[in-house]
Design a protein around this ligand. Structure first.
Ligand code: CP
Length: 306
């Protein structure tokens, strides 16, 4: 199976998703073998980050190095000719002369799609505005599979800023391919967009609420997200809503024994640090999943493994 770009989870069927997860597992198992360093030998990854990132950029770079490839790029557009007024299209047309694959994060929805239309080399979306973050979704699914051995049959709650949080938009769509029950828990005003609910509600059972405490005893996965301060048009609105939910030891009193808490990170104050030491916390193992999953995506779009 091959695909050229990774722009939206909507472009993936369940078969493609399962193929990525299977390839990630294979590459994770091969990590200590010499042959892995041959897969992307001589290939160059360009990471174009027009928005801040720790995990996505560094895990892509780690993945490319572990495949034997090399990396160029920028973490701040202000250090590039964008600062002089160069367009995204011209930036992409330039970078593709230097690289074999582009990973792009951009504040504008649709920027990754535009880049893919312009570029003749593969483009991977590392987050476009409040729209999508498809590679995060694939690593989230990989993490769930590793934690539980399956995705089917689980009760999964998505908590927090479901309006502006791009990770939960992609994840909700991908989870609708599986036999799961979803809970969307959001403060008032930050609910999951209607168009996403309409898109998936005939495939998966959904409960919407703003009462975290009542849902905690039911769920196997609690996927928390931060409130996306940078996407609020009015800072006063953010100040009204910030701190409106928090996972701490007290609220976890009624949790299932096998509950796993996930978070795409960074966190602000939505998970108390005391939770890190409990068996519920899966978010730093989730961070690691970014490496095998992004190794798989790079290998597939570069066409370097069977
Ligand atoms: N999960 C995620 O996208 O993290 P970064 O913003 O640090 O890349």
């Amino acid at each position: 199976m091959k695909f050229q770009d990774v722009i939206s989870i909507n472009d993936f069927g369940k078969e493609e998703i399962e193929y990525v997860l299977k390839t990630a597992k294979r590459l994770e198992n091969e990590l200590n073998e010499q042959k892995i360093l041959q897969y992307a030998k001589g290939k160059v990854l360009a990471t174009l980050f027009f928005e801040p990132s720790t995990r996505t950029r560094l895990s892509f770079e780690s993945a490319m190095h572990r495949l034997g490839g090399s990396v160029i790029g920028f973490a701040e557009a202000s250090s590039t000719s964008v600062k002089k007024g160069e367009s995204l299209m011209d930036t992409i047309r330039t970078v593709e002369k230097y690289a074999d694959v582009i990973v792009i994060r951009h504040p504008r929805e649709g920027a990754a799609r535009l880049a893919a239309e312009v570029a003749e080399i593969p483009v991977i979306n590392a987050g476009d505005g409040a729209n999508q973050h498809p590679t995060q979704t694939l690593l989230d699914l990989y993490t769930i599979k590793k934690e539980f051995g399956r995705i089917n049959g689980l009760k999964i709650a998505l908590l927090g800023d479901l309006k502006y949080g791009r990770t939960v938009h992609s994840l909700a769509k991908a989870l609708s391919y599986y036999n799961v029950k979803l809970y969307f828990i959001a403060p008032q005003g930050l609910e999951m967009p209607r168009h996403i609910i309409e898109e998936i509600s005939d495939k998966v059972e959904i409960t919407e609420t703003n009462d975290l405490e009542s849902v905690i005893p039911e769920v196997d996965v609690l996927y928390a997200t931060r409130i996306q301060k940078e996407r609020f048009p009015d800072p006063a609105e953010y100040n009204k809503i910030k701190g409106s939910y928090r996972i701490d030891l007290k609220i976890l009193n009624g949790a299932k024994e096998g509950l796993k808490i996930m978070h795409p990170l960074p966190r602000v104050d939505e998970i108390s640090y005391e939770v890190d030491k409990t068996p519920y916390s899966a978010y730093f193992r989730q961070v690691w999943s970014g490496v095998p999953v992004r190794m798989a995506l790079l290998s597939i779009v570069l066409g370097v493994i069977e």
